[in-house]
Every structure is written in C-alpha cells, then in structure tokens.
Design a protein around this ligand. Structure first.
Ligand SMILES: Nc1ncnc2c1ncn2[C@@H]1O[C@H](COP(=O)(O)OP(=O)(O)OP(=O)(O)O)[C@@H](O)[C@H]1O
Ligand SMILES: Cc1ncc(COP(=O)(O)O)c(N)n1
Length: 266
C-alpha cells in the first residue's frame, strides 16, 4: 500500500542526528514516505556546527514544487531555513500550492550547542511569513524568549508564552519544556488559545538529546499526514520522542542523538 507522504523543508546534519536526517528516520519509523526540500548543508558533528552553506532559494522552492506536483504532500514541516530569502520564497511557494495540508513550523534558530542556524533577521521572517500559515509551531524555550521576550520558568509563564506566540497567527502552539530547569518532569504545553493541554512525561537523565526537537516535530507531522487531529498527533509525538530520548546513545565526543531504532524491535 502506498504510504502517506510528509515533506521536510530543512537542512542537512552531516552528523546524522538532527535536520533532514532526523526527519527522515522519524518519518520512516512512523510509516510515512519522507519528501525533502533541502535548505542548507551544515558541517557539524557531536561537538557543534562548524559552518553552513545555504541552497539557493529558487532550488529550495523547485524541490517543493517537484514533489508536490507529482507525489502529493499530506503534511509538511520546516526546520532549519537558513535565510530570510529562503523563508520568504518558501512562504510564497506554499501559497502557490494552495497550502491544503497541515504545516508544522519548528522555528530552529540555533543548534543545541549554541551555533546559529539562521542568518541575521531570519527569525523575524519566520514569525511574519510562516507562523500565520502554520497549523502548529513548536518553539523551544530559547526560541520563545527570542520571539516574545518571555522567559519560561514555570507553568504560568509557559502559558503566558503560549498566548503571546498565538498572537503571531498560527492555529496551535507547542511550547516545549525540555530546557525548563527545576522540574522533575518534562512538560510541553499545547494550546490553540481555547484549550491548554499539558503533556507531561518523565525527564530522562541523559546529555544525548541532539535532534530531539526535529524528531518531535517530524513525528507530529507524520501523524498529521495520516489525518490525526493536532492534539492527538502531539500526544503521539510526545510519546515517540520520550522513547527516543530514553534510547538515545553516545556517538562522538560531544552530544549524541536521540534514537528511533527501538521501533525496529516492535
Ligand atoms: N531529558 C529529557 N527526557 C525526556 N524528554 C525530553 C528530555 N529533553 C527533552 N525532552 C522532550 O523532547 C522534546 C524536545 O524538547 P526540547 O525542549 O528539548 O526541544 P529542542 O530544544 O528544540 O530540542 P533539541 O535542541 O534538543 O533538538 C520535548 O517533547 C521535550 O519534552
Ligand atoms: C541541520 C540542523 N537542523 C536542526 C538542528 C537543531 O538540532 P539540535 O538543537 O538538536 O542541535 C541542527 N543542529 N542541524
């Protein structure tokens, strides 16, 4: 049977733990066919990002149009978008396609090792060009602070942040709590401004969480591609990433990746 399709518009991680590599292995693990529009080639390993080169915006958009016109897109996600020009072109292309599929926007600004993955001013372009077109946005706490000025330290400020982010025009927001300190659990907050759903899971004691944000967003995208509602897709994505963090492994001298290999034993 032909599986559903999910498109990732994102950068390559030479270390294989984040970016399109994380997206494709997550799509595979969740039973959807992965399509790719590559935005940038990063030079990175477990110790960090040494640099990146972006793909010309017209080539990014040509990839999107090529797969959408021939294979069809059931859901899409954006990750590292590199430049404001790529972001504006992707938004225009999505409009030209009619954007009749769910879109998850992960506003990736930097790697977890602190290296910028966006040129200057590009986060602002994600906010203005992509958030209003998004079904769901999935910022981490650093991105929340850059976008809204809100420092999330507890459930009340997580809710304040969700409300501020929804003002930018996405239908849903997931404020990820992986980097919240002083909490025993990992709590992500999902909201559409009416419902506030706390997704609580255990916090595993591991340093190896490279690719965690990408893996969560692409697991959600895979569920959306299958027609699942946003709350159910996010709940399934949270369960998926939890297990991937629990089974993460060391690779290299720095931060190892989260792992979807456990699905092979199911
Ligand atoms: N130690 C952990 N144990 C369990 N779940 C975790 C842990 N760290 C993060 N998570 C979960 O992983 C997902 C990603 O959250 P996080 O806030 O770390 O995003 P991120 O910063 O974009 O990810 P990364 O930069 O690690 O790729 C969330 O669902 C979060 O709750
Ligand atoms: C190509 C690419 N995309 C995204 C990330 C973010 O992942 P992380 O925050 O785990 O470093 C990354 N490091 N590289």
């Amino acid at each position: 049977m032909t599986p559903r399709t999910a498109l990732t518009i994102a950068g390559s991680d030479s270390g294989g733990g984040a970016g399109i590599q994380a997206d494709l292995r997550t799509f595979f693990a969740n039973g959807v066919h992965g399509l790719v529009a590559l935005t940038a080639v990063t030079v990175q390993n477990s110790l960090g990002v040494q640099g990146f080169t972006e793909i010309p915006a017209e080539v990014v958009c040509a990839q999107i149009k090529a797969v959408a016109s021939d294979m069809g897109v059931d859901a899409a996600k954006t990750g590292m978008l590199a430049t404001a020009e790529i972001i504006r072109s992707v938004a225009k292309t999505l409009d030209e396609l009619g954007l009749d599929f769910p879109l998850v926007v992960d506003p990736v600004a930097a790697s977890m090792t602190g290296h910028a993955l966006l040129r200057e001013d590009a986060l602002e372009a994600i906010r203005t060009e992509l958030f209003p077109r998004a079904t769901l946005i999935t910022p981490n706490l650093d991105e929340v602070r850059l976008l809204t000025g809100v420092s999330v330290v507890d459930p009340a400020s997580q809710r304040t942040a969700a409300d501020a982010l929804l003002e930018f025009g996405s239908r849903w927001v997931l404020v990820k709590g992986g980097h919240m300190t002083g909490t025993e659990d990992c709590v992500d907050l999902l909201s559409d401004g009416r419902e506030y759903l706390e997704l609580t899971g255990p916090r595993y004691l591991t340093e190896n969480t490279h690719g965690g944000g990408d893996t969560l967003a692409s697991a959600i995208t895979a569920s959306l591609a299958k027609g699942t509602s946003v709350p159910d897709a996010v709940a399934a994505g949270k369960k998926f990433i939890e297990r991937c963090v629990a089974e993460s492994y060391s690779l290299g001298a720095g931060v190892g990746p989260v792992s979807p290999f456990w699905v092979l034993d199911r």
